[in-house]
Design a protein around this ligand. Structure first.
Ligand code: ATP
Length: 247
């Protein structure tokens, strides 16, 4: 397969912080419609990798191509516009606004200076808000103030805010942290649904959850890829057991 066939092609990526290589010559390919999970011990470089892909951190060396377009020198807002959405661990929703408003303000055309001024809540926006709210399980909670939602619902709302922008690559850092068992199950179902038509990258430590959602697992260690394959393959890989799963 040539690189052009992948949604995301990361090649020979390196970033140094004061001489320390947090990511060290890393190569990774993610397909369209793929749900990839990245696992690995603390400090392996997982979060730094997502920071590099979304432009929050700049690479020292190497290439990140999204739909065959180079991202490493692109401004963060242009990377978002190119179709890459990133959810951080702490939800950044507007607590005093309703679920509806939170989703509505995330509709892309509300973003530009003129768009914001000329913003009209027309049926197109309403339909999209309703569709996304249904997708994230908040279809009946559109009028609820976001601050009153459960922890899990707040996480889903933030995923919904990203979905409003119709990203083709969605990256989530430990999406189930702090969630109840039921919320975890619903999040697994949600992720299975939203990877249809886009690529999703999830960083996760909870192995039961990884088993449930991953199409393919990438194991990182010391800024490099230690192993990659199905959950079964990586779970039985002696290198992976040695540095991560055996602990
Ligand atoms: N801006 C920075 N400046 C200096 N060092 C950094 C910076 N960002 C990350 N690091 C270092 O890079 C290494 C990788 O960190 P990173 O947070 O990416 O690991 P991780 O795999 O996400 O770990 P965790 O599972 O604990 O979240 C760590 O040693 C961290 O201290």
């Amino acid at each position: 397969m040539s690189n052009t066939d992948f949604a995301l092609a990361v090649e020979d990526l390196t970033v140094s912080f004061d001489g320390f290589k947090a990511i060290n010559g890393l190569t990774l390919y993610v397909d369209r419609n793929e749900l990839r999970v990245i696992i690995g011990p603390n400090g392996a470089g997982k979060t730094t990798l997502l920071d590099l892909i979304c432009g929050k951190t700049r690479a020292s060396h190497g290439s990140i191509k999204f739909k065959n377009q180079e991202m490493t020198r692109m401004a963060e807002h242009r990377i978002v516009r190119a179709g890459i959405g990133r959810k951080f661990q702490t939800p950044s929703i507007y607590e005093n606004l309703s679920v509806f408003k939170n989703l509505e303000v995330s509709f892309p055309r509300g973003r530009s200076v003129f768009g914001a001024l000329a913003f009209r809540c027309d049926s197109e926006v309403k339909d999209r808000v309703q569709a996304v709210a249904d997708e994230i399980g908040l279809g009946d909670a559109l009028d609820t103030e976001a601050g009153l939602l459960s922890h899990g619902q707040k996480q889903w709302l933030e995923i919904g805010m990203l979905l409003m922008q119709e990203p083709e690559l969605l990256m989530l850092d430990e999406p189930i942290a702090g969630m109840s068992v039921r919320e975890r199950e619903l999040t697994a179902d949600l992720l299975q649904r939203i990877c249809k038509g886009r690529s999703v990258i999830v960083i996760e430590h909870d192995m039961d959850f990884v088993k449930r959602i991953a199409h393919k697992v990438t194991v990182m260690h010391q800024g490099r890829i230690l192993a990659e394959g199905s959950m079964d393959q990586v779970q039985n890989d002696p290198k992976v057991i040695d540095v991560y799963l055996g602990h």
